[in-house]
Design a protein around this ligand. Structure first.
Ligand SMILES: Nc1ncnc2c1ncn2[C@@H]1O[C@H](COP(=O)(O)OP(=O)(O)OP(=O)(O)O)[C@@H](O)[C@H]1O
Length: 312
């Protein structure tokens, strides 16, 4: 494993009960880098995190974390790793501060050193004033921040975050993002899963899209937008959109590309978006709702993973 690589999964295959979840996955996380793993429900994001932490074993292939082989030496690697799991695992019988102390003791910390570390982390997580509160008195956002503080108690070299802001309101989400950006600035390597494209775009140096058992792309968010989607999207929706699209495309000829559709919304990209916008402005379909906008990560995601629901 290269010195700058903190995590590597090579040719990893994993099945559950005959159902293939990962089919030869290759991935590397470098020191100081933040990678966001995106994928539809059930694509295998949590499974990838569990493998990366040595909590489950690959059927074939190899996993190395911080220079040690998993799952064999997982306990060694986990000494230097922080994990923010998808669901809060705080002890409701303890206060905010005590939750940090208890967790720190698992890592062999104690006494004044542990108390100082816990105090500093509560300040970092903007929970200093809630130090003596019961965990049950915290809001959802505060609980996530406490989970983040807890994951940092052992001064980890790499942080794993499984959907760190799912279920939080926009304000609470932004506070978590702000804290994660600060950690990035400090050089923390981070591997996170998310369903939020804005989260991936905001935080990730590289975005990996997992689908059908493998990573289909892994690159900088803006490079993905440029390469997979392009510079512009025209979206049309609402009453009259179908008729409008039919009339705008009527002169395109029989070899024209089919028009992309997600539910009741129609999409044109790039040069076609530009020309459709011109036609639309000159047309009689003034009442149709539309927006002309830059491409984004959600467009990349749909473009690569399709539109079919994955919850069956
Ligand atoms: N311990 C397990 N036993 C059996 N099947 C499992 C187990 N863990 C995961 N799976 C299955 O493996 C597949 C991938 O699950 P995983 O939780 O990794 O996906 P995910 O991408 O994290 O999904 P989500 O976005 O819904 O959280 C799913 O079909 C899931 O039902």
């Amino acid at each position: 494993m290269d010195a700058s690589t903190v995590l590597s999964l090579t040719e990893v295959r994993k099945s559950y009960g005959g159902r293939t979840v990962l089919s030869g996955l290759d991935f590397k996380l470098n020191a100081g880098e933040c990678v966001a793993l995106l994928g539809p429900n059930g694509a295998g994001k949590s499974t990838t995190i569990a493998l990366a932490l040595g909590l489950t074993q690959a059927d074939t292939g190899s996993v190395e974390l911080l220079g040690v082989t998993l799952p064999r030496d997982g306990h060694l690697a986990r000494q230097n790793v922080g994990v923010v799991p998808q669901y809060d695992a705080l002890d409701p019988d303890f206060t905010v501060f005590e939750n940090l102390l208890v967790f720190g003791r698992y890592f062999g910390l104690h006494g004044a050193q542990l108390r100082e570390r816990a105090k500093a982390l509560l300040e970092f997580a903007q929970l200093g004033s809630r130090r003596n509160d019961s965990v049950s008195a915290l809001s959802g956002g505060m609980r996530r921040r406490l989970m983040l503080a807890r994951a940092l108690i052992n001064r980890p070299k790499v942080l794993f975050l499984d959907e760190p802001t799912t279920g939080l309101d926009p304000q609470a989400k932004h506070v978590i993002w702000d804290r994660l950006v600060e950690l990035k600035r400090q050089g923390m390597a981070m591997f996170l899963t998310t369903h939020y494209m804005d989260e991936a775009q905001r935080l990730a140096d590289r975005v990996a899209v997992l689908d059908h058992g493998n990573i289909v792309v892994c690159d900088k968010p803006l490079a993905l937008i440029r390469d997979v989607v392009g510079h512009a999207i025209l979206e049309l929706w609402g009453t009259g959109a179908e008729q409008c699209v039919a009339s705008l495309t009527a002169n395109e000829g029989e070899h024209s590309e089919p028009v992309e559709q997600r539910g009741e919304t129609y999409y044109f990209r790039n040069e076609r978006a530009d020309s459709m916008l011109t036609k639309l402005k000159d047309s009689t379909h003034a009442d149709v709702d539309y927006i002309y906008r830059p491409g984004n990560l959600e467009d990349v995601f749909f473009s690569l993973t399709g539109r079919a629901l994955r919850d069956d």
